[in-house]
Write a protein that binds this ligand. Structure first.
Ligand SMILES: Cc1cc2nc3c(=O)[nH]c(=O)nc-3n(C[C@H](O)[C@H](O)[C@H](O)COP(=O)(O)O)c2cc1C
Ligand SMILES: [Mn+2]
Length: 451
């Protein structure tokens, strides 16, 4: 059964000892960020901050801090999570409109809107201010009405004012450009604290016009119940903890950032669009969801893994059925480094797979293809194959001047990069030495040390 809301997921995490309650009072400025940083480095658990200084609302953070937590959100094993995603991508289901939902138990409009009443953390030392980092921005195309759901960070700038950062190639930016050309605002609804499948599904690189919320419903195998917003012509998940309703203002740009980016570096300050908040609705005792972005690994990276892997796997598999698995390393921000395992059938196939993967719209920078006996989820094993199966002069190639991922501080020109393909499969068609094995290792059960 899919989760009805965030709370059901948190209850499961707590039962499985993957969530702990922080009883100590914590500060919104840096302290919540520091806690999530530490738990991310320690590989979990998720954290529920019960006492936030100056606030009655509790904060949950780090619920996607590890791949295991993300797979629990999908109610799948780590191995099956990609398949579950594919099911959702191939079988989207429309959400179900209902007349009311707990997310609107409290409705704040007009002068009652005050973002300062919500525990929105400041994460990084040089961040420009408090940031909403795991809301899901729901919006629609001003001409066709097609919907979109994705995550774009929002900087708190006042009681009812937020900065929003959507890269030009993202779908909200495309919708906003159309609205702005007509001199109109773009409505955007931001549910915070929802069934965790939804933020994960929002990371699918779906074609423009495809609603990622329908993909989430497909992954769940059941529609998400949605309610009409109070001040916008949009619908939001009925069981959200908090919903921000607002409008991206046409012809307004303000400085946004700096913010500790997914690259692990601070991004440049940019002039970005501004959202005027028209209403905030919430449950009676809402939980605010925090989420960390920064030096890998953070939940920002984990959240993208299954979605990106499912999309690239599906595309490559159609061209090269011998592809076994695809893994985006969080070290590369879940974008810049891709590992692929291949049951190579003919000479040169690994290089063709490399060329195809390097041309993917997710814009990887380094792709390594290994044989199918190499565990691509284990960096040591991939680097082992690189060390002992690769001849740099023959197996590595570089393509200069391709369109690259955003925010890469190493590029000489914005979003233009060289990319590298590495064939770390064994030399094809010649006898290669056997891998050392220790018989019976799978039967060994190490006794737990007594403490
Ligand atoms: C935690 C988190 C924060 C993100 N912040 C941003 C952001 O501020 N701006 C942005 O353009 N993309 C951001 N992304 C990536 C987009 O959500 C992602 O690329 C998504 O697929 C875009 O959807 P779209 O293709 O519908 O535009 C973020 C992702 C995560 C997981
Ligand atoms: Mn989209």
């Amino acid at each position: 059964m899919p989760f009805r809301d965030l709370r059901q997921f948190l209850a499961v995490l707590e039962k499985k000892r993957e969530l702990v309650r922080v009883k100590k009072e914590v500060n919104l400025k840096y302290e919540i960020g520091a806690y999530i940083r530490k738990t991310s480095d320690l590989q979990g658990p998720a954290l529920l901050f019960e006492k936030v200084k100056g606030h009655k609302i509790s904060v949950v953070g780090g619920i996607f801090a590890t791949r295991k937590l993300a797979s629990m959100a999908l109610e799948a094993t780590e191995k099956k999570a990609v398949q579950k995603f594919l099911k959702g991508i191939k079988n989207p289901i429309p959400p179900k409109l209902v007349s009311k939902g707990p997310c609107q138990e409290v409705v704040l409009k007009g002068a009652k809107v005050d973002l300062g009443k919500f525990p929105i953390p400041i994460y990084g030392e040089k961040d420009a201010g408090p940031y909403i980092t795991v809301g899901v921005q729901i919006s629609k195309d001003p001409e066709t009405g097609s919907k979109n759901a994705a995550i774009y960070r929002m900087q708190v700038k006042g009681k009812n004012r937020l900065g929003i950062m959507s890269h030009a190639f993202q779908h909200l930016a495309t919708q906003f450009a159309k609205a702005e050309a007509k001199g109109e605002p773009l409505e955007v609804a931001v549910p915070i604290g929802i069934d965790p499948v939804i933020p994960l599904a929002s990371q699918v690189k779906a074609p423009y016009g495809v609603d990622e919320l329908e993909i989430a419903c497909g992954i769940r195998g059941q529609p998400v119940e949605v309610v009409k917003c109070k001040t916008l012509d949009l619908e939001v998940p009925a069981t959200a903890e908090i919903v921000i309703e607002g409008k991206v203002l046409p012809n307004v740009r303000e400085q946004e950032g700096p913010f500790g980016e997914f690259t692990g570096f601070y991004g440049l300050q940019e002039n970005n669009p501004v959202v005027e908040v028209t209403a905030i609705t919430h449950r009676k005792n809402p939980i605010f969801q925090a989420g960390l972005t920064g030096l890998p690994t953070t939940e920002n990276h984990i959240m993208k893994e299954f979605a990106y892997e499912a999309t690239l796997y599906e595309r490559l598999k159609q061209e090269y059925p011998e592809v076994q698995n695809v893994h985006y390393s969080p070290a590369g921000g879940t974008q810049f480094i891709v590992f692929i395992s291949l049951k190579q059938r003919y000479k040169g196939e690994a290089k063709n797979v490399l060329l195809s993967a390097l041309g993917d719209s997710s814009r990887p920078k380094f792709v390594i293809v290994v044989d199918d006996d190499v565990d691509i989820y284990d960096h040591i094993k991939v680097l082992w194959a690189l060390s002992f199966c690769t001849q740099p002069a023959e197996d590595i190639f570089i393509v200069p001047g391709t369109a690259g991922g955003p925010l890469d501080p190493s590029v000489p020109e914005k979003e233009v990069t060289s990319v590298m393909g590495i064939d770390a499969t064994r030399r094809f068609g010649v006898k290669f030495p056997e891998v050392v094995r220790n018989p019976g290792v799978e039967k060994v059960d190490i006794p737990k040390p007594k403490r």
